[in-house]
Write a protein that binds this ligand. Structure first.
Ligand code: FNR
Length: 374
C-alpha cells in the first residue's frame, strides 16, 4: 500500500485564483496514486470530461438595469440552512488527501456555513466529524448530511442510519448508482486497491466481518430494488435524497416511493462511463419530477457561472466533489474554506452581472446553448 501523503505546505491563499488551480496544486502535492484515485473515472473517462463540457456548452444571457445592490445567496435545503446554493458532495477517504482528513473538511464547511455530506466511506467516524463541526462553530447546529450506499443487509443499513442520526445529520443521501463498482483503469494500472495501514472506514467499525472498518465491508449489490428503499424510508424520519438517478422515469418512480429529493449525479463519471453530463439531463429530470421534490445536481461544477447555470435551469442547489478534495490536499481546512469562498465570490459576482439578487431570480431564459468555445 502507498504511504500517506506528505503534509502539504498550504499555498498562500491569495495566490490561488480559482478551483481549477487547486487541482494543479493538489496534483503537485499528492502521491500520484491518490491523485489518480481522485481525478480519475470509469473506463475512458468520457463522462468525467462530459460533465465540465456540458457547462461549457451553455452561455449565460444576462439582464440589465434591475437596480439592486444587495444579494442573498442563502438557501434552505431539506430544512437545513446553507449560506450558498452549494453543498459538499460525499467523497471517500479524506485522510488520503490530508492527515486531518474529514475533520478539516468539516471545520471548513461549518465556518463557511455550507452543508458537508459525510461519506459512508469516510476515514473519520461521523460522530467525530460532527464533533469537529460543532467545535468549529459552537453557536450553530452542524450542517451535515450522511451518504449511504444502500446495503443488502438491512441490519447494517439500520446501524449506519442510527450512527448518522446520533451524530445529528439532517438528511440521508442514498447512493443508488453503484450496483457494482466502476472500473477505474488508473487505479488498476497503479495497483491501488487497498487503503494504507491505519486508514480505515470508521463508520463501518464493529458492523460486520473480522476486519474492522475495512473498505470491503461496503457491499455493492446488484440485487437491490425499490423495496429496499421503502424499507430504508420506514427506518428513519430523516429526509431521504436519492443520489445517482439519471433516467427521468427513475425520477418519477423515486418520487412515487416518497423520496424527499433527488441528487442528479453520475458520480462524477466514476460509475457508468458514457453516462451523459448531468447538466444536460437536468431539464428532462425536472420535467419528470414536476416540482414535487427539489432536484440537486453534481458533476463538473468548477465556476460560479456553472452554479448559476444549473440554478437557472431549475436545480435547487449543486454539489462539488473533487474541488473539495483538491482544496483539502492543498491546504487542509484553509484549502477547503478557500474553495468554498472562491465559489461564493464567483456566484455573487455572476448574480450581479446577470441582474439577479438571489437564486430565486434565476430563470431558464438566462441559459442558452452555444457552440463550444475552444
Ligand atoms: C466520489 N463520489 C462519491 N459518491 C458517493 O455517493 N459515495 C462516495 O463514497 C463517493 N466517493 C467519491 C470519492 C472521490 C475521490 C470522488 C472524486 C467522488 C462522487 C461524488 O459524490 C460526486 O458525485 C462527484 O464527485 C461530483 O463530481 P465532481 O464535482 O467531482 O466533478
Amino acid at each position: 500500500a502507498p504511504a500517506l501523503p506528505r503534509l502539504p505546505e498550504a499555498p498562500a491563499a491569495h495566490t490561488v485564483l480559482n478551483l481549477r488551480e487547486y487541482e494543479t496544486i493538489a496534483r503537485g502535492l499528492l502521491d500520484p496514486i491518490f491523485y489518480d484515485y481522485v481525478a480519475g473515472g470509469a473506463r475512458d473517462e468520457v463522462t468525467v470530461r462530459a460533465n465540465e463540457h456540458g457547462f461549457a456548452r451553455l452561455g449565460l444571457l444576462p439582464r440589465m438595469l434591475r437596480g439592486s445592490d444587495t444579494r442573498d445567496l442563502g438557501v434552505t435545503l431539506f430544512g437545513t440552512p446553507s449560506s450558498l446554493p452549494v453543498f459538499l458532495s460525499p467523497t471517500a477517504f479524506h485522510r488520503l488527501a490530508h492527515p486531518d482528513g474529514e475533520l478539516a473538511t468539516a471545520r471548513a464547511a461549518a465556518k463557511a456555513g455550507v452543508i458537508m455530506t459525510v461519506g459512508m466511506a469516510s476515514t473519520t467516524s461521523v460522530a467525530d466529524v460532527a464533533a469537529a463541526a460543532r467545535q468549529a462553530v459552537p453557536d450553530r447546529a452542524p450542517a451535515l448530511w450522511f451518504q449511504l450506499y444502500l446495503q443488502p443487509d438491512m441490519a447494517v443499513t439500520r446501524a449506519l442510519v442510527r450512527r448518522a442520526e446520533a451524530a445529528g445529520c439532517t438528511a440521508l443521501l442514498v447512493t443508488v448508482d453503484s450496483p457494482v463498482l466502476g472500473i477505474h483503469e488508473r487505479n488498476k494500472r497503479n495497483g491501488f486497491n487497498d487503503l494504507p495501514p491505519g486508514v480505515v472506514c470508521e463508520n463501518l467499525r464493529d458492523l460486520t466481518g473480522s476486519e474492522p472498518g475495512h473498505i470491503r465491508q461496503i457491499a455493492m449489490s446488484a440485487d437491490l430494488g425499490w423495496d429496499h428503499l421503502d424499507r430504508l424510508r420506514e427506518m428513519t424520519s430523516l429526509p431521504v435524497v436519492l443520489k445517482g438517478v439519471l433516467h427521468p422515469e427513475d425520477g418519477r418512480i423515486a418520487v412515487a416511493h416518497g423520496v424527499d429529493g433527488l441528487l442528479l449525479s453520475n458520480h462524477g463519471g466514476r460509475q457508468l462511463d458514457t453516462a451523459p453530463a448531468t447538466v444536460d439531463l437536468l431539464p428532462d429530470m425536472l420535467a419528470a419530477v414536476a416540482g414535487r421534490v427539489p432536484v440537486l445536481l453534481d458533476g463538473g461544477v468548477r465556476r460560479g457561472t456553472d452554479v448559476v447555470k444549473a440554478l437557472a435551469l431549475g436545480a435547487t442547489a449543486v454539489g462539488i466533489g473533487r474541488p473539495v478534495v483538491y482544496g483539502l490536499a492543498a491546504g487542509g481546512e484553509d484549502g477547503v474554506r478557500h474553495v468554498v469562498d472562491l465559489l461564493r465570490e464567483e456566484i455573487d459576482h455572476t448574480l450581479a452581472l446577470c441582474g439577479a439578487t438571489a437564486p430565486r431570480d434565476l430563470t431558464p431564459d438566462l441559459v442558452r446553448t452555444v457552440p463550444a468555445v475552444p
